[in-house]
Design a protein around this ligand. Structure first.
Ligand SMILES: CC(C)(COP(=O)(O)OP(=O)(O)OC[C@H]1O[C@@H](n2cnc3c(N)ncnc32)[C@H](O)[C@@H]1OP(=O)(O)O)[C@@H](O)C(=O)NCCC(=O)NCCS
Length: 180
């Protein structure tokens, strides 16, 4: 019997989700006020456009979202695939589900065009994403906020290449959108 014949409880797989609602997020992380621990930043965030998830029985237990974002890296205007809403149910953490769902999302991102994916995370999560092959940017990242404000992202910014030979220049970065 091959891996693919195993029941989902033994070999979890990530799938594309047709939609991802507030209720879906609450099914994973509960209905607490600040499930991602970023409320103190006061930032306004964009919803993601494409969603990947892992089901455990009938329950959604993991998610990662994607959307394409316009950016400037130095003077060069381009696009990145923004990754956000990465979440694993508390009782399912530490079993590789974030790795699995982020890998599925990045496999899809490789067909979207941009050379890199980019995410924002709290400092304690930097080692986790490094383990998944992401690199922390050492330059400030400007992001848009409501009422035409432009602010320096207070969280860590990490990138990962989506294609061979993709190289992230060491230049200031500016998102032409809200962060995701
Ligand atoms: C962050 C979160 C998604 C991680 O989910 P998880 O399923 O526990 O993560 P995984 O088990 O897939 O771990 C991914 C890898 O990071 C490694 N890792 C985990 N914590 C680590 C740490 N502190 N330092 C280094 N590596 C770490 C794991 O060992 C694993 O590597 P491996 O696959 O090579 O063994 C989960 O804790 C969560 O949902 N937190 C609340 C929501 C949140 O803050 N999301 C982040 C938004 S950016």
């Amino acid at each position: 019997m091959g891996m693919s014949d195993l029941p989902s409880s033994v070999a979890p797989t990530a799938v594309r989700l047709p939609r991802y609602t507030k209720t879906d997020q609450e099914e994973i992380l509960g209905d607490g006020a600040d499930p991602f621990g970023v409320a103190a930043t006061g930032l306004t965030w964009l919803p993601k456009e494409e969603h990947f998830g892992i089901r455990h029985g009938n329950r959604l237990v993991a998610h990662a979202g994607l959307l394409r974002l316009p950016v400037a890296i130095g003077n060069a205007e381009t696009e990145v695939v923004g990754v956000g809403g990465v979440a694993v149910a508390p009782d399912m953490q530490g079993q590789g589900l974030a790795r699995l769902v982020v890998t599925a999302a990045l496999d899809h991102a490789r067909a979207m065009g941009p050379q890199h994916a980019l995410l924002f995370c709290r400092p304690p999560l930097v080692p986790l994403y490094q383990r998944l092959g992401w690199h922390q940017l050492d330059k400030d990242v400007l992001v848009e906020q409501p009422a035409n404000r432009l602010v320096t992202m207070p969280l860590r910014t990490m990138v990962t290449p989506l294609h061979d030979n993709a190289h992230w220049p060491s230049e200031p970065v500016r998102l032409f959108s809200l962060p995701m």
